[in-house]
Design a protein around this ligand. Structure first.
Ligand SMILES: [Zn+2]
Length: 243
């Protein structure tokens, strides 16, 4: 088999567009999260022109197979097979912001290839885009799974410190875990039963079943705020505001 420089420098990745930035003239720098290479920056030539072939492939949420030419300094996109651009997300402002927040979380927490995370991103966006799911459910589930991926399986019925059964629950921001009243510190926030119940259900349920779910609303908003606060404590980044 004869190898040429071109063969060796062409790669095909399955990826989703996290964000894009304008470069000189009509070029764009696009940040992809790919199954094979993790987070990569690629340039797309002439995509700001009206008739550009790759025009829709540069947009946030675009999921497809990207063909890349690797140069000495970066990757250039030479072709894209779009699998789904989740177009409906751009037609509903709440869903759009929730989707943006999910991609922003990925941008902030992961740069390496992570197949389970990649699958989760696609599942979350599909659910958000095509199912009639209430606000906050997708992002809460996504955040719970992000914490689990970091090693925090915090939704338990016993105190993480003394192991007693939790009646009144506090969330320890310092450790990212639930504790009982006796083990609470100054860095603990109380959480309501409704909040705990929302967290527990969102943790257990599959994305496909979120559309059938109806949770206590104040409890779910409390859960969302707690998850955002925890994200800040765990990563030093904020979740994009979706209000
Ligand atoms: Zn305790």
């Amino acid at each position: 088999m004869k190898w040429t420089y071109k063969d060796m420098s062409t790669v095909k990745v399955r990826a989703i567009v996290l964000k894009n930035m304008s470069l000189k003239e009509k070029d764009k720098l696009v940040c992809l999260y790919s199954l094979e290479l993790g987070k990569i920056y690629v340039s797309m030539k002439g995509v700001r022109g009206e008739k550009a072939k790759l025009k829709s492939a540069k947009e946030i949420f675009c999921f497809g197979e990207f063909i890349l030419e690797q140069t000495k300094t970066n990757y250039i996109v030479t072709g894209v097979d779009i699998i789904d651009n989740f177009y409906n997300l751009t037609k509903d402002i709440d869903k759009y912001y929730e989707g943006c927040a999910i991609l922003d979380i990925v941008d902030k927490v992961e740069s390496q290839p992570n197949p389970p995370l990649f699958i989760e991103i696609i599942k979350a966006l599909k659910t958000l885009c095509y199912d009639d799911v209430k606000k906050y459910y997708c992002i809460c589930k996504f955040l719970i799974d992000i914490f689990a991926g970091m090693g925090y399986n915090f939704i338990t019925s016993e105190c993480s410190s003394c192991k007693s059964q939790l009646l009144h629950k506090y969330f320890n921001l310092d450790f990212g875990e639930l504790v009982c009243p006796a083990c609470r510190t100054a860095l603990c926030v109380p959480i309501s039963e409704a909040c705990y119940s929302s967290l527990k259900i969102l943790n257990m349920i599959d994305y496909e079943k979120l559309k059938n779910l109806k949770l206590n609303e104040p409890g779910t908003i409390e859960a969302y705020k707690l998850l955002c606060k925890n994200f800040e404590w765990r990563t030093n980044y904020q979740v994009l505001d979706i209000k």
